[in-house]
Design a protein around this ligand. Sequence first.
Ligand code: FMN
Length: 193
Amino acid sequence: MEQLETTGSNNPVIDAIVSRSSTKKFSDEIVTRSDLETMLAAAVRAPDHGMLAPWRFIVLQGQSRAVLGSAMRSALQLRMPDADAEALERESSKAWRSPVLIVIVAEPKVHPKVPEVEQLVAVGAAIQNLWLAAHSMGYGAAWKTGSHAYDASVKTALGLRASDQIIGFVHIGRPTSKAPVRPGEFATKTTWL
Ligand SMILES: Cc1cc2nc3c(=O)[nH]c(=O)nc-3n(C[C@H](O)[C@H](O)[C@H](O)COP(=O)(O)O)c2cc1C
């Protein structure tokens, strides 16, 4: 398994956070059900105001990736009727870039104390938990949205309701190429009072 970069912090959580970066290319190696369940269990430990569990996960692997691939292809065709065969093929191939793709959805509920924005950020926190868990297990991930995340026909193809919101298409697999780790810059973003 890939070793996490260390920061000298002697803290595996900090090391995982600061060594994470987006995966650009994935191998075909399958991700086991047990490893996926470990990642999902980490995801749902995200902070969650009101304990509304506003998330839903649709795991696409193997042939089921075609559900999203063909939905993205049809969505492009609807949006751009002049799109050529190559553009349509490129669109559907996005679903096949990794052995597993998890569509991570927010199902915001009407609640007197928990506005929708808090439920959406809870789902974002769940994605980060899932990603860090995957990373610590030697997997890579990539978080994508793009126009398909907001496309009604894509949501319908995935069995979602109009009120559901796709927060990310999260690719998971063994990485063969990763983005460089970005330097973190907090000093100019922080006010100390
Ligand atoms: C809500 C959200 C949506 C994103 N959508 C995309 C996307 O559509 N395409 C993409 O390449 N990256 C997307 N990203 C990933 C970021 O671009 C990526 O994390 C960023 O480039 C920083 O790189 P790093 O993950 O290697 O630090 C998204 C990230 C977030 C939080």
